[in-house]
Design a protein around this ligand. Structure first.
Ligand code: FAD
Ligand code: MLT
Ligand code: ZN
Length: 483
């Protein structure tokens, strides 16, 4: 990949312009007038430590007008831009590839309004997801998205990535929950569509292009989102199973027996739990080892009734021999403890240095087969082992089973070309053969850009390119990525 010569390099005059525009010292971080600054490193490096950019300028606007002036200036001068939220994305989309300017939204962190009756929240893009959810909790509501990175990701980043997460099974995708968007186009135009209506069929629904657009057509500065009532009763169970067939049977039973109160159904294989237990030096909730574990959450309005339903479910699946062993959380501390067995999987897998991540939609019957096939392939190639001479630590699988979304992960001691060669395009071809998706919820970024054709037709890709060219004719928005 080569730097696109159409893009200008940042000069000290540009820096001066932005300093004057943004006013505050801390709103501009630069290493043009001085040596490379350590302060800029975190903005150049992604969460997986897999991608590293070389940007020399980070801008932190505080208002939509400032974002508009930044983009207009960049567009006029052909300066490339990377929008950045909490920088927790997993496809290398949030960091520059070369010297693109980072526009980080962290200072746009105000909640603008919340309507107690409709549950509609209007907030700026840089609000941290957990902050938004805590605010909503005080108002008896819930953010319709939850994920392990909630403490650092931003709601604008979530929307730009169209993140799926742990609650999608119950509350659906952001494509349905986001009611309106305020965004800035590369030429500085402010798209003022902070609609607060549940229904609005007046023309094309253009905001959908920004949801999952990964910062390629504009910068989201605000969102309006429909937030459900917070359930007063949350119950969580964690159980061990002997096969993936059993996990499918348990899911079917959970849907049948827990029906309207089911709010999450997550899968972790035994290997991820073993790794988590080792890395976090923590005892798992169940004695013994099981090849598979599931976490089930219910959210309803009657704690006793819901708890009884969950207990009955567990007794039933254990009685039928579907589940081998299980535990139901008795209080909030135990709920958090059980959830941590799922939520801290991603960071545990990063323990050895690197991790190849594949985020896939696969028809449920074959969901776990990919993990086994991949493990066999890498093992046969002599790449998997317990000592340092082997690059691969293990091949594991977990994910949002309720959404047929598998996370195939290959934790490694180092990023290694040989390992990569054995994984790609193997994984993508495997998924294509089953009409799955090579990117279920993490997006394309730079990691998956070259592989879009495994999940989308030439016609679809051509239409996407037309949209990109229409909104961003000079191509300054998050270049080298997506399509
Ligand atoms: P960033 O990483 O900063 O950016 C993501 C993309 O959006 C980039 O392309 C960036 O250019 C663009 N972008 C960011 N902000 C804006 C904006 N305001 N306007 C326009 N473009 C913008 N994802 C899931 O779907 N489900 C999960 O369960 C899940 N769990 C995770 C758990 C962990 C521990 C981690 C580290 C990540 C997880 N992710 C998950 C990945 C997920 O996409 C992100 O965590 C989150 O949605 C990204 O938000 P962010 O603010 O960090 O965005
Ligand atoms: C998750 O479900 O934990 C996230 O999508 C992150 C990951 O895939 O590791
Ligand atoms: Zn996920």
């Amino acid at each position: 990949l080569k730097r696109d010569a159409r893009f200008a390099e940042v000069t000290s005059d540009d820096v001066k312009f932005f300093q004057e525009l943004l006013g505050s010292e801390s709103a501009v971080i630069e290493s043009i007038s001085k040596d490379a600054s350590d302060d800029i490193e975190p903005f150049n490096t992604d969460w997986m430590r897999k991608y590293r950019g070389h940007c020399k300028l980070v801008l932190k606007p505080e208002t939509t007008e400032q974002v508009s002036k930044i983009l207009k200036y960049c567009n006029d001068k052909s300066l490339a831009v990377v929008p950045q939220g909490g920088n927790t994305g997993l496809v290398g989309g949030s960091v520059p590839v070369f010297d693109e300017i980072v526009v980080n939204l962290q200072r746009m962190n105000k909640i603008r309004s919340f309507d107690q009756v409709s549950g509609i929240l209007v907030a700026e893009a840089g609000v941290i997801l957990e902050v938004a959810d805590n605010f909503l909790a005080e108002n008896n509501h819930i953010f319709p998205l939850d994920l392990g990175a909630k403490g650092s990701c931003q709601i604008g980043g979530n929307v730009a990535a169209n993140a799926g997460g742990l609650r999608l099974l119950r509350y659906g995708s952001l494509h349905g929950n986001v009611l309106g968007i305020e965004a800035v186009l590369p030429d500085g135009t402010i798209v003022d569509d902070l609609c607060k209506l549940r229904k609005n069929n007046t023309g094309y629904d253009l905001k959908q292009l920004f949801i999952g657009g990964e910062g390629t057509i504009g910068i989201i500065t605000g969102i309006s989102i429909l937030c459900p009532q917070r359930s007063s009763a949350i119950n969580v169970a964690y159980f061990g199973l002997e096969s993936f067939e059993a996990a499918q049977a348990a899911f079917k039973e959970a849907k049948g027996q827990l029906s309207e109160i089911l709010s999450a159904f997550e899968l972790m294989d035994g290997r991820t739990q073993k790794i988590l237990s080792y890395v976090k030096d923590k005892k798992l909730p169940l004695e013994g080892e099981h090849p598979f574990y599931c976490l089930v959450e219910t959210s309803g309005s009657n704690a006793e009734h819901d708890n009884e339903k969950l207990q009955n479910f567990l007794e039933h699946v254990m009685g039928e021999g579907i589940v081998t062993d299980g535990v139901v959380a008795q209080d909030q501390t135990q709920i958090n403890e059980l959830w941590s067995c799922r939520e801290t999987v991603p960071e545990s897998l990063g323990h050895w240095g690197g991790v190849y991540k594949y985020d896939l939609s696969i028809p449920i019957a074959e969901l776990y087969q990919l993990v086994e096939d991949t493990r066999e392939r890498l093992t046969k190639a002599g790449l998997v082992g317990e000592t340092d001479e082997y690059p691969v630590v293990d091949v594991v699988g977990y994910g949002h089973m309720g959404d047929s979304n598998l996370h195939l992960n290959v934790p490694t001691r180092r990023y290694d070309k040989e390992v990569e060669k054995h994984l790609e395009p193997f994984v993508y071809e495997w998924v294509q053969k089953r009409n799955g998706s090579i990117s279920a919820e993490h997006g394309l970024g730079i990691a998956k850009k070259a592989f879009i054709g495994y999940s989308r037709s030439d016609t679809m890709i051509r239409l996407m390119k037309q949209i990109k060219d229409l909104y961003d004719p000079k191509g300054i928005m998050n270049p080298y990525k997506y399509i």
